[in-house]
Design a protein around this ligand. Structure first.
Ligand code: OOG
Ligand code: NI
Length: 464
């Protein structure tokens, strides 16, 4: 039974995302600089485009833009992943989508924990891209066993956090006091640790197998590796970053610049090299002392979100992206960045660039609502949707893409792992294994967008 004092999971999510942002700001000062730049650019965009400001205001999207951010973590074991699922559930975040990154040379597979209803997204869209390390892709069996032992011995959640997750499950939520404690305890899992869990020698061997393995295995917990604010003009932020002393990666991932933004565009700046103390002795700490070294893990990223595409739209996007990359493969050192961006722009020309064309061709999801005229003269239930749109009684707004893109994510990983870490793994998506480790199926993002569209049409009293 749900206790009467439980507060909304959305409120806990907001407490948590605020606390994470504060923590990251003090840990990574460049994040603060980036946040300031993004809010300047967003203000400028809205000042220059009053129509867009009004549209965002009326669609209820303006408030959330300054709040908006996502983060990312990388986990080591099935138990960590399934417990993380329970932790995020306390904050109303569900696993959505399956991303296989082995294909792109990164030995992980991932999901995004996020709110799933329109209402919850409107309150606070905070999400966490969560990857699980795939030790099965590591060739060296002895090293794999060593890594497994280190991971098996760590516990990334505080006892207090585990107790409160259990309490939330048993009582259908947390009251205000418990929610505050829960957020403080959960934050510990995401904190940076400047003392490694392993001796320097093992760190080097893990690092040689893949930098990502060292990042996951060597530490006490899955430090949050970036927090990403949302911008309304990613090209402007990319251009202005160097002026603020931040050097961005060479190319913006995702679709090209367009009038009608689709899916997700992302760029990041390089990870910081941070001092770390490694154990001097063996894994058990025998030997006593510490040796200093460095580790590169944490970075900054920005994103611009566009319309969620239908399976048909997404297939077109995937084809065009592949075509552009066949024409010009973006070099890790950025030497052909301009050619790549030009090729992208050119190859994407066939993708319609007006909301109405995107809608008519069934490429994107839209939310329908009654216009002022429509509210004045409510249409008879079951009136044909197109008729209502044509007669100006119903309007449509693009549904925002709330998820991630595997090729882009791989580009973000790569740019932060360093150019030396390009490695070939056999592509081996294994959603079944991922879901078994997660302890639940992942939700299908297309179903969620289709439901938003369907509900909006029903809300207008229209039929399709
Ligand atoms: C995650 C990289 C992917 C995104 O926004 O696509 C990502 C990671 O580096 O752990 O953050
Ligand atoms: Ni990210």
């Amino acid at each position: 039974a749900t206790s009467p004092d439980v507060i909304s999971p959305d409120a806990i999510r907001t407490l948590f995302s605020t606390a994470m942002s504060e923590m990251y700001r003090t840990e990574v000062p460049a994040y603060q600089t980036l946040m300031e730049l993004v809010s300047e650019v967003n203000e400028a965009v809205l000042a220059a485009d009053p129509a867009e400001r009004r549209r965002l205001e009326s669609a209820g999207g303006l408030d959330r833009i300054t709040e908006e951010r996502h983060g990312a973590i990388r986990l080591g074991t099935a138990n960590e992943l399934s417990t993380m699922r329970r932790l995020f559930a306390v904050m109303g975040m569900q696993p959505v989508g399956y991303y296989d990154l082995s294909e792109a040379g990164v030995p992980v597979h991932s999901t995004a924990f996020r709110p799933v209803t329109d209402e919850a997204l409107g309150r606070n869209p905070f999400r966490v891209f969560t990857s699980l390390l795939r030790l099965d892709l590591i060739a060296d069996a002895a090293l794999r066993r060593e890594a497994e032992q280190v991971l098996a011995a760590r516990s990334i959640f505080t006892p207090g956090c585990l107790a409160l997750i259990g309490k939330a499950e048993a009582e259908g939520g947390l009251d205000e006091g418990d929610a505050g404690h829960f957020v403080a305890e959960a934050l510990e899992t995401f904190r940076w640790h400047s003392r490694a869990n392993v001796p320097l020698d093992l760190y080097h061997r893990l690092h040689d197998a893949h930098r990502l393995i060292a990042d996951v295995v060597s530490f006490k917990g899955p430090h949050i590796n970036h927090l990403t604010p949302r911008t309304l003009d990613i090209d402007a932020v990319q251009r202005l970053m160097p002026e603020k002393g931040i050097s961005p990666k060479a190319v913006v991932e995702g679709p090209p610049t367009r009038r009608c933004p689709i899916l997700l565009r992302q760029t990041s700046f390089k990870a910081l090299s941070e001092p770390v103390d490694f154990r001097d002795g063996d894994v058990d700490g025998a030997g006593g002392g510490w040796r200093s070294g460095v580790h590169t893990a944490r970075f900054g990223e920005i994103e611009q979100r566009g319309i969620a595409l239908t399976p048909k739209g997404r297939a077109l996007y995937d084809t065009l992206l592949q075509d552009s990359r066949r024409l010009v493969a973006p070099a890790a050192d950025g030497s052909n960045a301009a050619q790549y961006m030009a090729a992208l722009q050119e190859v994407f020309a066939p993708f319609p660039d007006s909301w109405d064309d995107i809608r008519r061709q069934g490429l994107g999801y839209f939310a329908y609502s009654l216009t002022e005229a429509g509210r004045g003269t409510p249409p008879a239930p079951g009136t044909d949707l197109e008729t209502l749109v044509e007669s100006g009684l119903v309007r449509f707004d693009p549904v925002v893409y709330e998820d991630f893109l595997p090729v882009s994510a791989a580009g973000i990983f790569q740019s932060n792992l360093g150019d030396d870490s390009q490695q070939d793994f056999t592509a081996s998506p294994n959603q079944q294994r991922f879901e078994a480790d997660l302890g639940a199926p992942v939700l299908n993002p297309f179903d969620l967008y289709a439901e938003v569209e369907r509900a909006s049409i029903a809300g207008c009293g229209a039929a399709r």
